[in-house]
Design a binder for this molecule. Structure first.
Ligand SMILES: [Ca+2]
Length: 382
């Protein structure tokens, strides 16, 4: 399995070179709205997440461990202080940042990161109060029981009813041998799960596995690989995108207690060799994805769009793609995808997609080697 990991990195590096060649000339595809791409801020190292604060400030996490403030359109030199030390190796680092829904009154930021634990790391959720340029009253709300290499998951979303969702990846546990014994199929840990907590980190009593012995009560859904897109729609439905293996990226509608099948079922194959991973694409008791990407775009960042700036995209999902260097626009009809279009190609590796208070679409672009990159936005052209 180590060998196939190495092959995967080689393939991805080749894609990154292609990205740099085309990054200057992104191809914008109309999809019923005309728009241009503007640079919001430049000089960021592996920006992972974008967040908007009341009053106009914008926050960006940089994976090496910095929380950056953008004020009046300019990147503030000094990072926000008080952020925990991160495990800044491989895929690890500072990940998501989302303000509490009542941030205007409580100043609370929720942040995920790869927390150093022993020789390794795990996914953890903290919250802290933004006070000037500093995070104070920092408290840990959740530490995943999920030791491993990469695949941290780490997206955060509030449902507006007092709950916070966090995604946790399968920590790159290799799928081999008895697929049902893979940690993503074992609910005594948090590998490959979406967890649901109260906003103070306590476990809601109506979580699906509360009271079941040998099952972590934080688990809302399981059988995921590496969910790095998370968005809740206007009807309260929870959507994730997850990285599959080669040819197996998925959009899933997350419903309590469901098993999404990784690695027993899926559409992917092993990187490089193209050999089979799964027993098939479906099994009774395992939830089929709403949408799959074959070939993979390496999904990261997911936005359910509700803004006025692009009326034709209201109620649609926008999914970022790292390897695919694109934003995929998914036209939804209830809980079905009826059409997929590509909005932007060749922008670079899309790590995050967010809606600004202006309704514009903000995109964090990263570079695999850590060269400085940008946050850009899609702005309508009338
Ligand atoms: Ca699946």
């Amino acid at each position: 399995m180590k060998r196939s990991t190495t092959i995967a990195l080689t393939v991805a590096t080749t894609l990154s070179v292609t990205a740099q060649a085309s990054a200057q000339d992104p191809v914008m595809l109309s999809a019923h709205e005309d728009y241009r791409i503007e640079t919001v801020v430049d000089g960021l190292v592996n920006p992972w997440s974008i967040a908007f604060l009341p009053g106009g400030d914008m926050l960006v996490t940089e994976r090496p461990g910095r929380l950056r403030m953008v004020r009046d359109g300019r990147l503030v030199d000094a990072p926000v202080r008080g952020v925990p030390e991160v495990f800044a190796r491989g895929q690890g680092g500072l990940m998501d940042v989302v303000p509490h829904p009542d941030f205007a009154s409580n100043r609370l930021l929720y942040i995920t990161y790869s927390k150093p634990v022993g020789d390794g790391s795990t996914t953890a959720l903290i919250r802290g109060r933004l006070d000037g340029g500093r995070l104070t009253d920092v408290e840990e709300l959740f530490e995943a029981n999920s030791q491993g290499a990469g695949h941290y998951g780490s997206r955060i979303a509030f449902d507006g009813n007092g709950h916070v969702f966090v995604t946790v990846g399968d920590r790159q546990a290799p799928p081999r041998g008895d697929l049902e014994s893979h940690p993503a199929q074992d609910r005594s840990n948090h590998h490959g799960t979406v967890v649901r907590l109260h906003e103070d980190g306590s476990v809601p009593s109506d979580n699906p596995f509360v009271g079941q012995s040998g099952v972590r009560p934080e688990i809302w859904t399981w059988g995921h690989r590496n969910p790095q897109g998370l968005s809740i729609d206007r009807d309260g439905r929870v959507w994730i995108t997850e990285h599959g293996p080669q040819g197996g990226d998925e959009l899933n509608l997350v419903e309590p207690g469901n098993n999404y099948g990784w690695p027993v079922v899926g559409y992917g194959v092993n990187y490089g060799s193209g050999s089979a991973i799964h027993e098939g694409t479906m099994r009774e008791g395992m939830t089929h994805p709403t949408h799959v990407w074959v070939p993979s775009i390496a999904t990261s960042g997911l936005l359910y769009y509700t803004g006025d700036a692009f009326p034709a995209w209201q109620g649609h999902l926008l999914a970022g793609g790292l390897g695919g260097q694109q934003i995929a626009l998914l036209t939804m009809d209830g809980d079905e995808v009826v059409k997929e279009e590509t909005l932007v190609l060749g922008l670079g590796r899309v790590r995050d997609v967010r809606q600004g208070p202006d309704g514009f679409i903000y995109v964090a672009v990263e570079d695999r080697r850590g060269a400085p990159t940008r946050v850009v936005r899609l702005v309508p052209v009338r």
